[in-house]
Each structure stands twice: as C-alpha cells, then as structure tokens.
Design a protein around this ligand. Sequence first.
Ligand code: NAI
Length: 330
Amino acid sequence: MKVAFFDTKSYDVPGFDHYAADSGLEIKYFETRLNEDTVSLAAGYDAVCVFVNDTVSAPVVETLHALGVKVIALRCAGFNNVDIRACQGKLPVYRVPAYSPYAVAEHAMALLLTINRRTHKAYIRTRDFNFSLQGLAGFDLHGKTVGIIGTGKIGRVFADICRGFGMHILAYDKFPAENSGLRYVDLPELFAKSDIISLHCPLTEETRHLIDAKSIAQMKKGVTILNTSRGGLINTEDLITGIKEKKVGAACLDVYEEEGDFFYEDFSGHIVQDDKLVRLIAMPNVIVTSHQAFLTQEALDSIAATTVDNLQKFFAGTPNASTEVRYTIQ
Ligand code: NAI
C-alpha cells in the first residue's frame, strides 16, 4: 500500500522507516504540506499521512476521494485541521490519540519556568559575560494557583507536575474526569483565582477564542497564560491588548492562531509579514516556541508506531476503532 506523507521533516523519517519496514507500506515523503494546491500529489496513493498544519478542507477531501485515496492517517492527536464532516462516508480518518502526554506537559512547565525565572535571558547575558541580575527576578511557583482548562491526558500530567511544585490546582473541563482528585470550578472562578492559566483542551467551535477580552477582564492582574494546545483557543489581538495594558503578566505560546504560515519553517532571513506574531515575539514577557511541545524521542517513536499500526490494520480489514476520528455534532 502506498502512502503519501506530507509536511515531512527530517526527524519524522527514521521512526517511520523503522516501523514501516516489513509492514507492507511504501512511504513517499513529500516536504510540501497538503492543501488544495498540492493535493494532486496524492494521485496513485492509497493513503495520506498528515500533520497539524496540513489543510484537509472539504475540497481537499473531495479531491482525495476522487483520486482514489482510501484513508487519512493523522500523525498527531488534534484534528481541527481536518473537515471531519466532509470525510464522512468518503474517507476514514485515524489519529494518534496519545503518544506522550509527558512531552507536552513537560514543555508547558519548561515554558513557565523559563518565562518566570528568565533563564532564556540569563543564558544570553552570561554568554556575553554580563553577570547582572537586573530584571531577572521571578516568583515562587510554590503556593501559587494554576488553573488548568482541559483535564484529559496532558492536562492531568501537567496537574501532577504542578502538584510536585507545591502549587494549588483549579480545573475546568466540559467533561470532568472522575476520581482525578482535581478541584473542578466553573470558568469565571478559574479565571478570577488563577495566577497561571494553562490550556489543554481541544480547539472546537465552542473553545475557539476561549481567551479573549472578556475572559482576560475576569483574570487576576499579572496572570501568566500558557498555551500548548491550539492557537485558535486565544484571540491573539485581545491577548496583545491584555499584555500592553499589563493585565496579562506573561504569555507562553507553543501554538499560534496563524502558525500554519510560519511554524516549522526558517524565516530568519525574511521580513515576517504577520504583525501580530512579530509584536508578540518582540515583547519581553512572551515566549513563542514553534509547536514543538510534542518533540521528544519517545513521542516521535510512539507517533510512528501508532500511525503505521493504524494504516496496517485499516488495510488488513481490521481497523482500529479506538483511533478513528468520527464526526460528532457539537
Ligand atoms: P484529551 O482528549 O486527552 O483531553 C482533552 C480534554 O479537553 C478532555 O478532558 C475534554 O473533556 C476536554 N474538553 C473538551 N471540550 C472542552 C471544552 N469545551 N472546555 C473544556 N475542556 C474541554 O487530549 P490531550 O491528549 O490531553 O490533548 C489536549 C490538546 O493538546 C489536544 O487537543 C491538542 O490540541 C493539544 N496538543 C498539542 C501538542 C503540541 O505539540 N503543542 C501535542 C499534542 C496535543
């Protein structure tokens, strides 16, 4: 079975080559992303394998179907970039529901520690033999309240990590986890009481712009906002205003609303045209990483293993029901 693999990066290939060997899958790696302009590359392939910034819109689904592609294998957990409704009855979609919740939760804590203790600035300073501590003061995480929105696999690992730091935890989830030991509150209470807010829910129509002017207005002055989930959870314009007005004390963003145009590519020699992204990066209390929270060896290995397994089982006629993404009305 032939698989067209889109948005390939060098770190994808060893794991997929390893698991695909003797699997009956023949993978062709394309560096380009899948979208309406590139979908014709999928001609002659049985499956497409896509990542977070490939665009699997309704027209792309129509064309894939017309080209005879039989299945879409996402090599990630989130599926907001796939029009699942358009796929119904045409193309089954499989994903990797869990690979390493630790990778993402640990990255969220790395960002929080960095922005708070300014280790990124200290590193640059000492490289230049500048040993001044001016402007590097942080705060103890111990005793602070962290509000966690979305207490699935990643949110709960993040809660465990925060517990280890002696933080108080407030949680919000549309479907609270039973026996989690977490204290669930409603969103207004979480916004009002949290020193740090970390987003770990999926991007849906309901959660789009969960963080906007209205919710920021309910937050504590100086709140730190962490987003390692999906960029669309935050209204970027409103976040920038909140930071400029000093209501938001810091923001750590591994994801960004318009990341598809930039993330995973080298723009160091270019004039970046996205003024909001440039503004954020220019702020001393903002850290942007380019959707790298998943990027550990363990996660890459697990992603490759599950994706190859999803495809093998699909083509063997024994599809993996637990990893299939089904359309549900929200
Ligand atoms: P999960 O499915 O285990 O947990 C998601 C949680 O969000 C569930 O408990 C669910 O009930 C909750 N939820 C759903 N709708 C909600 C709403 N309207 N309000 C509040 N909570 C709601 O997913 P997991 O594995 O914990 O991943 C969370 C998110 O992290 C993913 O959706 C994905 O967008 C993002 N992610 C980011 C990565 C990165 O590299 N930055 C890597 C992997 C995932």
